[in-house]
Write a protein that binds this ligand. Sequence first.
Ligand code: AMP
Ligand code: MG
Length: 331
Amino acid sequence: MCQIRSIILIAMTVFLLSCQQADVDTHETRFMMGTLVSFTVTHADKTLAKKAIRKAAEEMQRVESIFTIYGDQPNDIKAFNQSPINTGIHFTPEISKLLKTALMIERQSLGSFNPKLALLNKLWGFSQTIAVEHPPSQQAIEKYLHGTQRCLQQQAKQWFRSTSNCQLDFGAIAKGYAIDRGIAVLRQYDIQNAMINAGGDMRLIGKHGSKDWRIGIRDPRHKDEIIATLSLHGDVSIVTSGDYERYFMYQGQRYHHILEPKTGWVSRHSQSTTVIAANAMLADAWSTALFVAGKKGIKLAEKYGLQALIIDSEGHQYTTKDMPINLLSKP
Ligand code: AMP
Ligand code: MG
C-alpha cells in the first residue's frame, strides 16, 4: 500500500510519496537551518545507516554555523558584515567558493538573485524569532537597499565591500550546499540510496528500494494538495522556493521572504518555483532567482541547463521543455 508521508509539518513544500520500505528504510528528522530536515536511507544495515545520518547531520550543522547571519555565535560572514569598508578580508576556500557561485548566479540571473541583502532581509524579519506583522516603511527599505549592487570585489584573494549596506546573506543558497555536503558524507559511509529533504530542498541518490523516489510538488495555495509528481532516481537535486514558506498577511496582501533586489520589496512574480540542477546548491540558488524572475525565468533556466517549473502569481504553470514532471492540472 502506498502512503503519503508528509515530510515537513508547516512550511511543507514537497512530499515524499513513498511506498512502505519499512524493512530497509532508516528515516530520521532533525531541526536545523530553520526547518525540519529529513533523512531517508535505504540500506540493509540499519546501524550503519543511523551512523551515516548522524555524521551527515553534523556536517550540515557545521555548514549552517559557518554561513548563518543569525544567532549569537561569531563566524566569518558576520565578521565580514561588520568589517570596515574597503578593507580586505580573507575567507576560507569554502566560503570564497560559495560566494563566487552566488555572485555568478547574480550575474546570470540578471540581478534577480542578490546575496548582499542581509540588512534588508533582517529588516523584513522573516528569519527572526519574533513574528513580523507588517511591512517596513519605504524610507527604511530605501535606506538599506542603497549600495547593495556591485559593492563586492575580490582582489589578491581578499574580499572587499565598498558600502556599509553591502552585507552577505547566504539564506538562498547555503541550505542547498549543506544538503550536498550531507549527501557527500552519506556516500563516505557507502550509502548509495538516500534522500535528504530540508523543507523542500532535496537531493536524492540511487533508488527507493526497487522503485524510483516519488516526489510531490505542493500546491502553493492549498497546503495539503499536490499539483505535480515526479519519479526520480540516480543523483537528482530538486529545490522549491515558495511564497507560503515564511509570510504574513497585511491588509489583504501576502508578504513573504523572497525579495526583489531592485526595489527591496517582496517579489510578486511567482507563487513557487521548482528547479532541478546538477547539485542542491545550484538548485537552491536558482529556485530563488527564478522565483524573482517569474515566468520569463523559463528562458534563463533553459539557457543555463536547468529544469524548472514556475508557478506565476496567477497560478499559471510554466515548465522547461525537459522538466520530468507529471502535472496534475492543466498549465
Ligand atoms: P529560498 O527560501 O531558498 O528561496 O531563500 C530565501 C532566503 O534568501 C530569504 O530568507 C533571504 O534570506 C534570502 N533572499 C531573499 N530574497 C533573495 C534574493 N532575491 N536573492 C538572494 N537571496 C534572497
Ligand atoms: Mg533558494
